[in-house]
Ligand binder design. Structure first.
Ligand code: C2E
Ligand code: CA
Ligand code: CA
Length: 536
């Protein structure tokens, strides 16, 4: 596979991943949303049922207390009238009975029928308040004959409650409502929920926001004191909700996938076209070199320059190397680009370097050229016969190029053995440590612009700058400060014994002719004072 095919293949893989992910994501998300919406709906049902049931039980409790405190003769007209009164006051209470020796004596309807003996059932359970509860009590008389009631007995009185009344809230037709004891016994219900399932849900305390999937039901439970309420709905209701959610969310998934894919297509195309254009530019020798002067901070004398590549575009602008160098490195085009730069530097600077042997030109070396040492042979060939001394060429390498320390070390050693000087570029931004630096054969450090920028500020990094300078001095390396823009920065650096500076304060990167002129203006000149001293 060539590079182009690789880029396209990668793009296709990414695009498929994006499509799958966005669909899976929107399905997953709508499923989650639907479940949540359904859970909230059922929780509301359970909470409403709880409010209703609590209120009913408070009223039932009040009714039981008021009849228990009666002092008149049991089953007197007055007693029966008061029981009837309490029945009317507490909604849901259908009847109040009075028992003596376990037999019904009278009720809110009147005296017990003669000849028909109704005895008190054994309680199914007793509440903490001492009320005996039977969930299926037949009424003794009156309407509702035969329909089982909830019987609540304390002392001598029994209250009968219509179980439908306890759970009588307004709910959607697909929803079932259950009111139960904290132990799981169903006291009242709406739409006939499965009592066994209700009991299980109520008893399983860790499962309040439960989906009872085995029963194809989703449920929510509310608890308060001795009561528990449950809202239930078949899972098919949720699927309806899910379809609603998907109707909204899936188009978003589509849109997201479409946006991501167009972005990918655009990126791939611009990458492929940038690579193509770089290859074209190489062929047409469109890359040019600008030279940014390096000055001695002590006296402002120009000691050389850094060669910086420039790519003039048809629209008259320059494409920034920050933008195309990383892609050139990735595609391997950086090597021929560097070769062309070396050739150009030798051609343009030969005369100047021959005339002024103390000047040097620094060339940026990419990571792969450090690992392989390839550039050294290219340089040796280019310099051969030109008359330029090897010592007039400096190599700038960033720490990124030193990942494989052993290989880098070998290449740097060879470079120095051949006579080149080596500088570490962007110093301070990588993972430099003293131990690591001591092991690398280098001549100079270029302190990164970000540190120079902090000079004069009160930030933490500004103190780091002085440490970095001190560190370089400990290693007895030459120091070059990058990106010097203000006289204050230059003063600070000079005061700390930094040797060289490079930056817009002195000059921007210049075309060759202008750089040669700059060198002429900033050359070592015998000052009047030193001439006088020499004469004396
Ligand atoms: P670098 O090696 O750190 O180069 C210094 C950069 O800082 C240059 O940007 C230079 O124009 C800029 N600069 C210098 N003084 C100042 C200043 O006072 N203020 C500000 N704001 N900037 C200043 P440029 O030319 O855009 O180069 C960017 C990067 O591209 C270089 O960073 C270098 O890593 C890479 N590069 C440039 N030319 C080549 C080349 O021929 N080969 C390789 N491999 N990389 C290159
Ligand atoms: Ca550099
Ligand atoms: Ca740099």
């Amino acid at each position: 596979m060539n590079r182009r095919q690789k880029v396209v293949a990668l793009a296709v893989v990414c695009a498929s991943a994006v499509v799958l992910l966005s669909f899976w994501g929107s399905l997953h998300f709508s499923g989650m949303r639907a479940r949540e919406v359904e859970q909230l709906r059922l929780q509301r049902v359970a909470d409403n049922a709880m409010a209703r049931a609590s209120k009913s039980f408070d009223e039932i409790g009040t009714a039981l207390e008021s009849v228990a405190s009666l002092t008149m003769r049991p089953c007197s007209d007055e007693h029966i009238a008061l029981m009837r009164q309490s029945t009317l006051e507490a909604r849901g209470v259908a009847e109040i009975d009075y028992f003596e020796d376990g037999k019904l004596k009278c009720s809110s309807w009147g005296m017990a029928e003669k000849g028909r003996s109704i005895s008190l059932d054994k309680p199914e359970f007793t509440t903490r308040g001492g009320v005996d509860v039977n969930t299926r009590t037949p009424p003794s008389a009156g309407k509702g004959m035969g329909k089982p009631m909830l019987g609540l007995f304390k002392d001598k009185h029994r209250v009968l409650v219509d179980p439908a009344h306890l759970a009588d809230i307004i709910a959607d037709p697909d929803v079932q409502v259950a009111v139960a004891t904290a132990g799981g016994a169903m006291l009242g219900s709406q739409n006939a929920p499965n009592a066994e399932l209700v009991g299980r849900l109520v008893r399983d305390k860790g499962n309040d926001r439960a989906i009872a999937s085995a029963d194809k039901m989703q449920a929510a439970v509310a608890r308060k004191g001795e009561l528990a309420t449950v809202g239930l709905a078949p899972e098919s209701s949720m699927r309806k909700q899910l379809r609603n959610e998907q109707l909204y969310i899936l188009p978003f998934g589509f849109l997201l996938a479409a946006v991501a894919i167009s972005l990918l297509v655009w990126l791939t195309r611009s990458r492929l076209s940038l690579q193509g254009e770089m290859a074209q530019a190489l062929k047409k020798r469109e890359f040019i070199v600008h030279y940014q002067p390096l000055v001695r901070l002590q006296d402002g004398v120009c000691v050389g320059a850094e060669a910086l590549i420039r790519w003039p575009r048809p629209d008259g602008t320059m494409m920034r190397p920050d933008y195309f160098i990383p892609q050139a490195e990735e595609s391997g085009l950086i090597e021929p680009i560097t070769d062309q730069l070396v050739e150009t530097v030798v051609r343009e600077m030969r005369e100047l370097l021959l005339a002024q042997p103390q000047l040097h030109i620094a060339i940026n070396v990419c990571a792969s050229d450090i690992q392989t040492g390839r550039l050294l042979d290219v340089l040796a060939r280019a310099l051969d016969g030109s008359g330029i001394a090897v010592s007039q060429i400096w190599l700038e390498a960033t720490e990124r190029g030193f990942i494989d320390v052993a290989a880098a070390r070998q290449a740097l050693e060879r470079a120095r053995a051949m006579g080149f000087s080596v500088a570490i570029d962007d110093f301070g931004t990588g993972y430099s440590s003293l131990a690591y630096l001591q092991n690398l054969p280098v001549d100079a450090l270029k302190i990164d612009k970000s540190f120079i920028d902090t000079i004069g500020g009160e930030t933490v990094t500004s103190s780091v700058t002085s440490h970095i300078i001190a560190m370089a001095q400990t290693l007895q390396l030459e120091i070059i400060a990058e990106g010097v823009e203000t006289p204050q920065q230059a003063d600070y650096l000079r005061a700390r014994g930094v040797d060289y500076g490079q930056g817009w304060l002195f000059s921007r990167a210049l075309p060759p002719v202008e750089f040669i002129a700059y060198c002429g203006q900033h050359a070592v000149r015998e000052s009047g004072a030193s001439r006088a001293a020499a004469r004396a």
